[in-house]
Design a protein around this ligand. Structure first.
Ligand code: SAM
Length: 266
């Protein structure tokens, strides 16, 4: 099943390959859950799903608890009158100002379907700032939301940094990590590079923690770009490389194959 959110770096198209690296276990742990593509397409009896984005986790917790009640509540935002630039900016402003978590969660779904490319970006004040997307008729992904609600009975959602989540892994758990990727080119001031707050120190700490868990008998799988840096920091994990078709930069006509990897610490 497809995730109900559009999410940068979403793994829906790679789920079968990722699943082939994940052993059976008592619980799946995802420290970077995003839209949840992997969790939604596996069947662990327990799942610990975390992300540092509080808006995302708030939405998942409300959908988990309420199901159809919340889906119907979101439906009210998906009307033609709300698909104009001026109403979009009004609702985006409301999203940034409200303290009502249920309203905020529904507006997050609205923004995901009405903003440019379904992106999720915040300015330095923490305000969602993606512009209007100009879609003809955005629709609420009801079926996908209901599926998420059903399957999330076996899940715990937490707002957490990846290291806090990884510390919770116990023998018998399986950990799948999908961090923000390292840059492809070594020219982009490599040592200081930070994307979405995820620095090279973070990439190193993630690899070190995976090795530590592996020593305790816990399998950890990490997705990333296939670069000299990732091959070095993940050594001696088993590395599976493959190509992914991607739109490069803002030029949508320019489709290139990018090499990615799965590092399996088992
Ligand atoms: C590539 S996306 C994951 C995509 C997900 N596998 C999917 O299929 O949708 C990376 C996620 O990591 C989260 N993230 C970024 N920095 C983080 C951190 N320090 N700790 C936990 N999560 C973080 C982002 O909010 C984002 O949702």
């Amino acid at each position: 099943m497809k995730p109900f959110l559009k999410w940068a770096g979403g793994k829906y198209r790679l789920v079968e390959l990722i699943k082939s690296t994940l052993p059976k276990g008592n619980r799946l742990i995802e420290p970077f859950v995003g839209s949840g593509a992997v969790f939604l397409n596996t069947d662990y009896s327990a799942n610990l799903l975390a992300d540092s984005n509080p808006d995302l986790i708030n939405l998942f917790q409300i959908l988990q608890k309420e199901g159809n009640g919340f889906i119907n509540y979101c439906q009210r935002l998906f009307v033609a009158e709300n698909n104009t630039e001026s109403v979009f900016y009004e609702l985006r402003g409301e999203f940034n100002a409200t303290n009502d978590l249920r309203r905020k969660a529904s507006l997050f779904v609205y923004l995901n379907r009405h903003c440019f490319n379904g992106l999720c970006r915040y300015n330095s004040k923490g305000e969602f700032n993606v512009p209007f997307g100009r879609y003809t008729k955005p629709t609420l992904p009801e079926k996908e939301m209901f599926y998420f609600h059903e399957i999330s009975k076996h899940a715990v959602f937490e707002v957490a940094d990846y290291l806090t989540t990884m510390e919770k892994a116990k023998y018998g758990d399986v950990v799948y990590c999908d961090p923000p990727y390292v840059p492809l080119s070594a020219t982009s001031s490599f040592t200081n590079y930070t994307k979405g707050g995820f620095s090279l120190d973070d990439q190193n700490a993630l690899a070190d923690t995976a090795k530590k868990l592996q020593k305790g008998g816990i399998t950890v799988v990490i997705s990333n770009h296939d670069t000299a840096f990732t091959n070095e920091v993940y050594h001696p994990a088993k590395i599976i490389t493959f190509n992914v078709q991607r739109f490069i930069s803002s030029d949508t006509k320019n489709r290139n194959a990018v090499s990615e990897l799965l590092a399996v610490f088992a």
